[in-house]
Design a protein around this ligand. Structure first.
Ligand code: DX5
Ligand code: ZN
Length: 228
């Protein structure tokens, strides 16, 4: 049975070949991705360092897709404007990194971007219950953020189900994005739990197949699914 609800795919360039990042972004775009997911890490909030606004600005000319920035940084309020200026379309901050979450979400919206909040695997949905009316996106981490290629923690999918119910009860239109360990084997269970958007890094950018083949494989894994 095919569904009304189209699941979006957001390849994360964290696993891409950084020596030809622009090309890889173009490949993901041509393969039919919906967003380009950008994992920004500061070496403090997570134990890894990646890239920032300068690199993102340089990637803009390689795609017309929305740029989906996932900020794994401390004090994100100090950097929002830099990412707005770099031309991203979505800015997602970690709930664990924000003392004044509402204020940060306002900053993001004032910059003309969609506002998102991310939750680490054991941060409860309750932490953002009152923030739901101000959110466009909730990003549920199904691995501990910091690195690509980790195994999805299946227990976290219960949180995806809970969030879907909570958003429906409150009448909030929030996009549920899930990030970490998603591949053709795990994607169906993530979508069944209620995800609207799947972030995938190592399942899209790897040496075993082309980006187009990898994207097709992910989409095919969802084909037989009945999605409400
Ligand atoms: C984890 C990042 C993810 C990462 C996912 O810190 O937020 O976006 O790139 O990588 P995979 O899909 O390989 O788990
Ligand atoms: Zn991410």
């Amino acid at each position: 049975m095919t569904s009304e609800r189209k699941i979006k795919l957001a390849p994360s360039i964290l696993s891409a070949d950084f020596s030809r990042l622009g090309e890889q972004v173009s490949e993901a775009t041509q393969a039919g991705a919906d967003y380009i997911h950008l994992d920004v890490m500061d070496g403090q909030f997570v134990p890894n360092l990646t890239f920032g606004p300068v690199v993102i600005e340089g990637l803009k000319s390689y795609t017309n897709l929305p740029l989906d920035a996932h900020l794994m940084i401390v004090e994100p309020d100090r950097r929002i404007q830099d990412f707005v200026n770099a031309g991203v379309d979505h800015i997602t901050v970690h709930a664990e990194a924000c003392v004044h979450l509402h204020k940060v979400l306002q900053q993001i919206k004032e910059g003309g971007c969609r506002a998102g909040v991310a939750l680490n695997p054991t941060t409860p949905i309750a932490a953002i219950e009152e923030a739901l009316p101000f959110l466009d996106i909730v990003l549920i981490l199904t691995v501990n953020p910091g690195f690509g290629g980790q195994v999805l923690i299946p227990e976290v999918l219960g949180k995806v189900r809970k969030l879907k119910e909570m958003a429906a009860e409150k009448g909030c239109q929030v996009e549920i994005e899930v990030d970490g360990g998603i591949n053709a084997d795990t994607a169906p269970s993530v979508v069944r739990a209620g995800a609207d958007t799947l972030v995938a890094g190592s399942a899209v950018f790897n040496k075993q197949e082309t980006v187009a083949e990898a994207v097709a494989k992910l989409r095919n894994s969802l084909k037989e699914l009945s999605i409400p």
